[in-house]
Ligand binder design. Sequence first.
Ligand SMILES: C[S@@+](CC[C@H](N)C(=O)[O-])C[C@H]1O[C@@H](n2cnc3c(N)ncnc32)[C@H](O)[C@@H]1O
Length: 503
Amino acid sequence: MKKNIPQKILHELSRLILTHTGLYFPEKKWNTLSKGIQSVISDLDTDIPQLLQSLHSSPAKEIVDALTTRLTIGETYFLRDKNFFQILQDHILRGIITHPKRRTKKIIFWSAGCASGEEPYSIAILIDQMSLVLKGWDITIIGSDINPIALDKARKGIYSHWSMRGTPEKIIKKYFTPTAKNYFEIAPHIRQMVHFHQLNLMDDNYHESLDFYEAMDIILCRNVLMYFNKQGRNSTIQKLSRLLVENGWLITGPAEAGFVNLPEFTSVRFPNALCHRKGPPRKPIENLNPIRINRRDHSTRPRIPVHSGKKPTDKKYARRITDGKVSPSPEKPKYNMYQEAVTDYKRGDYLQSVKKLLTIVSKGQNNNNSFLMKTESMILLSKAYANIGELDQAKTWCEKAIDTEKLNPELYFLLSTIFQSAGNVDASMKSLKQSIYLDPDFIMAHFTLGMLLLQKNRPVESRKSMNNALSLLEQKDTEEILPYSEGIAAGRLIETIKSMKTN
Ligand SMILES: C[S@@+](CC[C@H](N)C(=O)[O-])C[C@H]1O[C@@H](n2cnc3c(N)ncnc32)[C@H](O)[C@@H]1O
């Protein structure tokens, strides 16, 4: 039988785990820590005193691996945050490949904290989509993570539909092969573009773990820093900075951009995103057209100082996209229209937003958006129509969006809200069930279904849905804002459901 771990021991464990992995477990997360430690003990067939003893010295790799396997959160999916991938394509990469002083036709990406590989593979897919404009460029993509199990999965390149929830159907068809039991295997040429390594961001010798000695152009460390404390975040950012070329980019998750406040970085504002360019700040926030950046000549790419006697072996990483000549500069992006539509929408000018979005989604328009922002445009169009009460149009565009991303649970949730507004409770419940099928952990879908079942006078089924929502909510921090809840915190929804039960 599992015994509760005393608070004093949890305090000590959290301190030691912070030292060895950077993972920060403040007291409000001790519940999660305790569950994770119980699993670690059973995985290693050990006990708490022995675990503590090894953590007090220099723990064996097996122990750190067991801890990170059980305590890290590997939540990720392909093309997570399409807005960022659009910025990468239209601004960052375009800025690099059109820069007149750029001599080396080489771009090195590093996805630091890549979990099961969806992020570096998404970069590889984007690069493949851009192969015409990247003719003649060597592209290297490295993925690293501390969690060995996640990396095994990454190397296999086989994913469930959950990893594909934000992936357009077109991309799934082009780059994945369905395998048994509804899994998808990534195309071999995409898999070969990414090199995976185990690396602890708390360690100092990154280049040795990566077996790579050139400075990087673009480092993605997205949704990783949020699990560290301030000291861990700052030391990680400092170390990442050292591995970047001058004018290289550090990309964090949207909620983490504020963590990067070291003087060596300049914050660069893009549409709905803040990225960080290594280089002296010219003004506090650069409102950027990256092509105009006065970049240094990159003809001599710096090497990372090597302190060990190891010989650099990075040649094996390079992958030439094609041996052809460098193609002419890519066309200037027409991405702004989507951003303008978002601004109109946020201002409440739904008609203007609809007008622009219709232009974007109409055939043949905005070709360079068709891969990344097409579904986003349809979603916004559906929402804009819903806001002006045109529910038929809202439904039509939501269904069109579903046609482009059939595995996206959020789209079915949106459809359910449209049906609800139209008073069609049965259809709304059907859509909610679809979204729960695609994402069994979708708390707001369980809760809304529970409410609708209550409305339909089906209290037993309603209670079941509410209980599903409750058990998912109990795994959350009470202050965590729930997605698709319009700002409701987990703790508040727990109270609401409990008070409904007592009434
Ligand atoms: C939420 S995932 C982020 C995946 C991906 N970057 C994304 O945004 O979708 C966080 C990842 O950070 C990794 N991580 C946590 N601590 C780490 C450390 N000290 N060194 C390297 N990776 C770490 C975890 O193992 C996990 O896979």
